[in-house]
Design a protein around this ligand. Structure first.
Ligand SMILES: *Cc1c(COP(=O)(O)O)cnc(C)c1O
Length: 426
């Protein structure tokens, strides 16, 4: 089922079949490594991943021993640890060699840093290309930088359900384009962009490429190294399960590191940090992309979150995501299509990440009714239900019961008593 969402041999739509899929699932043992506090069917691991069972003890160790006892004497150990976790995330999740990934700031701030660094590397070029349906923070950061630097922002007219394809990128490339900013997996539809061929086309035009990996890190294999991508950013609280507000990461290809310079000249990117020199002198390597004091509790929870991913392996996780979304699509076609739903993601599992998006005219009301019945999806504008199937933490039983509850809600019209007015946080 990894190429097409064809029903597996002997598939049926019964609950027993879901249980049989769970029994046969090689990722099943990993679910025991996470906290399930109640019976909520959580289809939102792509917004905030579950808490790994090991994380509270790891945090307690940092709080009690490293902070509580050793106080400031822990900093040498913490600095080394932060570098090691960046390298580990690079190897296990991004598939890149050491020395090219750093843990730092938020995705938003890292976008600001790397977009500016990229533009400085292409003086004389005055255009940034960005997909019009990229995640809002990516759009806003590009717009703010375009205003500050007096450059032009060109929006690729991507389809909100099918994502960006290479022809859309190539027809907008020109010798004025300095940088292209795209998401590898689209946040709304889950569409997976062809990183290797798009990056090659961008390089061919003399431009640089920045990938946002927020929805692909920990859900699919990322061919960053094969693509020789220039820059990438991403967060750690989605499929990497590092918890709310855990720091983000950034990637800079090794050969660009000595030329590129980010605009937030903080003391953590100073060559001799404790020389306390009054003049800035950028450090070598990934250290030059840091800013200020790193978040050590967050970095610790990133490291703990990486354990399950490293053990399962990203290949197996990617297969698991395709099977889960494929199964969800099967049930959606059978049960939900007659109730007014359509799949608003690419239909081929290999063309998407680990979430599946459904369109329905009453999606916001259905979303509220689902939460009232302990099924947690995301609502995404304009009228989409986004169902995340985090491969390490979602069972086939969750998929079956989650979609069954959607079916019941809409069959009974239970959603119609919920407000049509959208809440501030969805
Ligand atoms: C989740 C997400 C972000 C989040 O950025 P923060 O700075 O962590 O709030 C950015 N980009 C994309 C594509 C995302 O999915």
């Amino acid at each position: 089922m990894s190429e097409h969402a064809a029903p597996p041999e002997g598939a049926d739509f019964g609950h027993d079949f879901a249980r049989a899929l769970d029994t046969a699932d090689p990722l099943r043992p990993y679910r025991d490594r996470f906290v399930y506090a109640d019976d909520t069917i959580y289809l939102d691991g792509n917004s905030l991943g579950r808490l790994p069972k090991g994380t509270p003890a790891r945090l307690q160790e940092v709080i009690g021993d490293q902070w509580g006892r050793n106080l400031i004497r822990s900093w040498p150990q913490w600095m080394e640890f932060a570098t090691a976790v960046g390298d580990r995330l690079g190897r296990e999740v991004l598939g890149v060699d050491d020395g090219q990934v750093a843990i730092s700031d938020s995705t938003t701030v890292n976008l600001y840093k790397l977009i500016n660094a990229a533009l400085d590397l292409r003086p004389g070029r005055g255009t940034v290309l960005i997909e019009k349906d990229n995640f809002p923070t990516d759009l806003y950061v590009v717009q703010g930088i375009a205003r500050a630097r007096g450059i032009t922002c060109v929006y690729l007219d991507s389809d909100i359900d099918h994502g960006v394809d290479i022809s859309l990128v190539t027809e907008s490339l020109s010798d004025d384009v300095a940088l292209v900013v795209l998401s590898h997996v689209a946040y709304r539809s889950g569409a997976l962009a062809d990183m290797v061929s798009i990056t090659a086309a961008v390089h061919e035009a003399g431009a640089l490429m920045l990938w946002d990996l927020c929805h692909s890190a920990g859900s699919v294999r990322i061919p960053l190294q094969e693509a020789a991508a220039d820059f990438a950013v991403g967060c750690t609280y989605k499929y990497l399960n590092a918890g709310p507000g855990a720091p983000a990461y950034l990637y800079v290809r090794r050969d660009l590191q000595s030329q590129a310079q980010q605009p937030i000249w903080g003391w953590f990117s100073q060559r001799d940090q404790f020389g306390m020199d009054q003049r800035y002198d950028a450090a070598d390597g990934m250290a030059r992309f840091l800013t200020g004091t790193p978040n050590m509790l967050g970095t610790t929870s990133i490291d703990e979150g990486l354990n399950a991913i490293a053990d399962a392996g990203i290949g197996q996780i990617q297969d698991g995501g395709r099977l889960l979304t494929g199964y969800a699509q099967l049930l959606a076609d059978e049960w939900l299509r007659p109730l007014g739903f359509t799949v608003a993601s690419p239909r081929q599992p290999s063309r998407r990440g680990a979430h599946l998006t459904l369109h329905h005219d009453h999606a916001w009301q259905i979303c509220q009714a689902m939460i009232a019945r302990d099924v947690v999806p995301d609502f995404r504008t304009p009228d989409r239900l986004r169902l995340g199937f985090s491969p390490l933490t979602t069972s086939y039983d969750d998929v079956w019961r989650g979609l069954d509850r959607i079916r019941q809600i809409v069959q009974d019209g239970a959603h119609l008593s919920f407000p049509t007015e959208r809440a501030a946080v969805t």
